[in-house]
Design a protein around this ligand. Structure first.
Ligand SMILES: [Zn+2]
Length: 315
C-alpha cells in the first residue's frame, strides 16, 4: 500500500510518501511562524501533490493521507479538537474535507503520539508486539497506549496520551496543564530551565552558563562531573522511571517504547528506566521490555499505513 503521511508538529510539518514499511520520500515545511492553519494549507497541498507527481504517480495509486497532528484529536469524528494555542483556526477547518477537495484523497487524522506508536509497532521496535506503551521525552512528555493491538482512545479522545501528567510529586511544581507535580512539570524540556534556576547551589553550577539549558547540556555537564547537573539528571531519570512504572500499572503493556529528543542520551536513560521498572513494577508474569524508539522523526510517517488500514474501525 502506498500512502501519504503528514506529521504536523508545533514548528514544522513533514509530508512523506510511504509504501508499507518504507519511506520513499519526504519534505519538511517550516511552520514556526505560521499563526493559522489556513496559511499553511497551500504549502501542504503543493507538497503532497509534488510527492505524488515526482514518482509519476496519480492519486489513484495512493490509499489516502494519514495526518498525525500534535493536538487533541477525535479520530472517530476525524476532527482536531484543540491544539494548545497553536493554529487557533483549527477548530473551524474540516482538514480531512480540505485534503479530499484539494489533494483528491481521503484523509484520516490522529494524534501524533498515537500515530508514532502505530509506526513503531508496524515498522519499528514494537513490531510483533500487541501491548505497547510509548513515552516521548522532549519539550513535554507525550505518549500513547496500544492494548491488545488497538490504540486506546477513550470517551474524550484523551486515553493513553496524558502520561506526562501522571503526578510524580503530589505537592510539586506548577504544570502547564493546571495541575501540580506532573511528570513533565518535574522533568521535561520546558520545565528544566526553571528547575535548574531553583536548584539549591545552582549559582555554583556550570549549568547557569548556558543561556537556554536543555537535556543535551544537562547530560553533558553531568558526565563532566558538575554536581548540580548530576543531581538534576538523576532526579529526572527517577521521574521518568517512576512515570514508566505508573504506565505499566495503568496499561499492562509487554513493552515500553521511549522516544523523543532526550533519547540522544538513550545509553543512560534506557538502562536506568529498565532496571527501575524491573525492580518496582508489579508484574508477576515477567519483565516489561523497555526499549528506545527506532524510527526517530519518521515514526509518525510510518504510522500512515496502519492508520489507513484500520480505517473502518470507528465508522
Ligand atoms: Zn500537567
Amino acid at each position: 500500500m502506498k500512502a501519504l503521511a503528514i506529521d504536523f508538529g508545533g514548528t514544522h510539518a513533514t509530508c512523506g510518501l510511504v509504501e508499507d514499511r518504507a519511506l520513499l520520500a519526504h519534505e519538511t515545511i517550516d511552520t514556526d511562524c505560521a499563526k493559522s492553519l489556513r496559511a499553511v494549507l497551500p504549502q501542504i497541498r503543493d507538497t503532497c501533490r509534488g510527492l505524488i507527481q515526482a514518482r509519476g504517480l496519480s492519486p489513484h495509486d495512493i490509499a489516502g493521507v494519514a495526518i498525525g497532528f500534535a493536538a487533541l484529536v477525535d479520530s472517530c469524528a476525524n476532527r482536531i479538537l484543540s491544539t494548545d494555542g497553536k493554529y487557533e483556526d483549527v477548530k473551524g477547518i474540516d482538514l480531512a474535507k480540505w485534503i479530499h477537495e484539494n489533494v483528491g484523497l481521503v484523509a484520516r487524522i490522529e494524534n501524533d503520539a498515537r500515530m508514532a506508536l502505530l509506526g513503531e509497532s508496524y515498522a519499528g521496535v514494537g513490531r510483533g508486539f500487541t501491548d505497547v506503551v510509548m513515552m516521548t521525552l522532549g519539550t513535554g512528555i507525550g505518549g500513547a497506549a496500544m492494548i491488545e493491538g488497538k490504540l486506546l482512545h477513550g470517551k474524550h479522545a484523551q486515553a493513553g496520551c496524558l502520561g506526562g501528567h501522571i503526578p510524580a510529586v503530589f505537592n510539586g511544581r506548577a504544570c502547564a496543564c493546571g495541575a501540580v507535580g506532573c511528570a513533565e512539570a518535574e522533568a521535561s524540556g520546558w520545565s528544566l530551565p526553571l528547575i535548574v534556576k531553583a536548584w539549591p547551589g545552582a549559582t555554583d553550577s556550570v549549568l547557569l552558563r548556558h543561556s537556554n539549558v536543555g537535556f543535551k547540556e544537562l547530560f553533558e555537564e553531568a558526565a563532566s562531573g558538575d554536581q548540580v547537573a548530576v543531581a538534576i539528571r538523576d532526579r529526572c531519570l527517577n521521574v521518568w522511571a517512576a512515570t514508566a512504572v505508573g504506565l505499566v500499572h495503568a496499561y499492562d503493556p509487554e513493552m515500553i517504547v521511549v522516544g523523543g529528543g532526550v533519547m540522544k542520551s538513550a545509553n543512560v536513560i534506557i538502562p536506568y528506566i529498565e532496571s527501575y521498572v524491573h525492580k518496582y513494577a508489579w508484574t508477576p508474569w515477567g519483565k516489561v521490555k523497555v526499549c528506545a524508539a527506532e524510527l526517530g522523526n519518521n515514526a509518525v510517517l510510518m504510522g500512515a499505513v496502519p492508520l489507513l488500514s484500520q480505517d473502518n474501525r470507528s465508522q
